[in-house]
Design a protein around this ligand. Structure first.
Ligand code: ATP
Ligand code: MG
Length: 357
């Protein structure tokens, strides 16, 4: 029997509610497949840890995660701690420390979800957005000078390396190739940003030559937002820079019906380090502790985690159960217009998983 070591990091706010729900679903799955089981270790890092220790996670935190097969992450964010501390002190520290350079965000309208675009049929919107996750606009390069003076300046340098661009584009082409439509859209802003974005376009052409069976096109990020709304069916796999894809994937999640259901994976494609899976929503302090959080984003992230481990049968069984649950209005949480609780949705998923055996 295979034993997978899973680190759970609930983090802050509703992360503390949805991550135990995700663990319960993984345990239920393992009980019905006798070919694998999980060993969990939970890490209480985040806002509370910061208040006690002055840092979001211990200095040797990455060492405690290094031997895990995957990480299930909740959310980092606390209204009483500046955002750049919660973000850079935990999530980005792990993403960068483990060189999880591809952030993967599947987007679909699940059955039973009332999506905002009236003309968009479910089959029209089936995307995977790949976000460059290690450099670019979020490289942290830059600074401030002459603070408080009229000549004060501040810069954020969007630094892109050929190696960094090449590897994420190659990952995106490979992902596009693995999907039925074999189609990739490369998003840049190379008409206005004349250096790094032009290099993206150039490298995209070079990498494309390695994937003659993938149909690809280029789109400017501004035009891309309109295309996502007006012609969703013209898109399949999408790759963009750190900042551009951050924005596009929030738009994508909204078009699919709710922030509460969207998943993401921070992947190290070379598997040198553990990859990290998380719902895309944040800590949502407004509903924290009330049992109202939608756990579906976490469950879908668990599907991605299982796929990453190569447990495809378990992944597809869980995905089918998630779709059964979203198709049932009585199991919709508040963000979907219903009144179901986190526990009710979690129990329904676990019951269906047991029935399916
Ligand atoms: P952060 O600062 O960590 O991003 P946030 O307070 O901005 O947290 P988000 O998670 O970004 O919260 O979500 C915005 C709003 O959407 C929340 O305030 C909450 O009302 C709602 N929401 C987000 N996720 C969920 C969920 N899983 N279930 C129900 N509602 C949610
Ligand atoms: Mg937020």
């Amino acid at each position: 029997m295979k034993v997978y070591k899973i680190a759970t990091i609930p983090g802050d706010g509703i992360g503390k509610e949805v991550i135990p729900a995700g663990q319960k679903v993984l345990e239920t799955l393992a009980a019905s497949f006798d070919s694998f089981r999980f060993e969990f270790e939970s890490f209480g890092w985040g806002g509370d840890y910061y208040r006690e220790h002055g840092v979001m996670m211990p200095d040797d935190g990455l060492d405690s995660l290094r031997d895990k097969d995957a990480i299930l992450f909740g959310s980092a964010g606390d209204p009483h701690i500046p955002d750049h501390i919660t973000l850079w002190g935990l999530r980005l520290k792990i993403c960068q420390g483990f060189d999880q350079y591809a952030n993967v965000r599947p987007t679909r309208i699940l059955p039973g979800i009332d999506a905002p675009l009236k003309r968009c049929r479910r089959e029209d919107l089936d995307w995977v957005i790949v976000r460059e996750n290690s450099e670019g606009e979020y490289s942290g390069v830059g600074g401030r000078a002459h603070q408080g003076h009229p000549i004060e300046v501040a810069t954020d340098v969007s630094m892109m390396t050929r190696a960094g661009v090449e590897r994420v584009l190659r990952f995106a082409f490979r992902l596009a190739q693995s999907r039925p439509r074999k189609q990739l859209t490369v998003v840049t802003k190379s008409n206005a940003q004349r250096h790094a974005m032009v290099m993206w376009d150039q490298i995209a052409g070079e990498v494309a030559a390695e994937f003659p069976d993938v149909q690809w096109d280029k789109e400017l990020v501004d035009a891309m937002t309109a295309r996502m709304v007006n012609k969703p069916a013209s898109l399949d796999t999408i790759v963009a820079t750190n900042l551009h894809a951050d924005i596009l994937s929030d738009l994508a999640a909204a078009l699919a019906g709710s922030l509460g259901i969207a998943p993401t994976g921070n992947i190290d494609p070379e598997r040198r380090y553990p990859s990290m899976f998380e719902p895309i929503h944040g800590s949502a302090f407004d509903i924290m502790g009330k049992g109202l959080a939608n756990p579906v984003g976490t469950f879908w992230s668990v599907v991605m985690l299982l796929e990453h481990l190569g447990e495809d049968a378990a992944a597809s069984r869980l995905m089918a159960v998630i779709e059964q649950v979203t198709a049932t209005p009585a199991l919709h949480t508040g963000d979907l217009g219903g009144s179901a609780t986190t526990v009710q949705v979690t129990d329904a998923v676990c019951d269906l998983l047991q029935e399916a055996t």
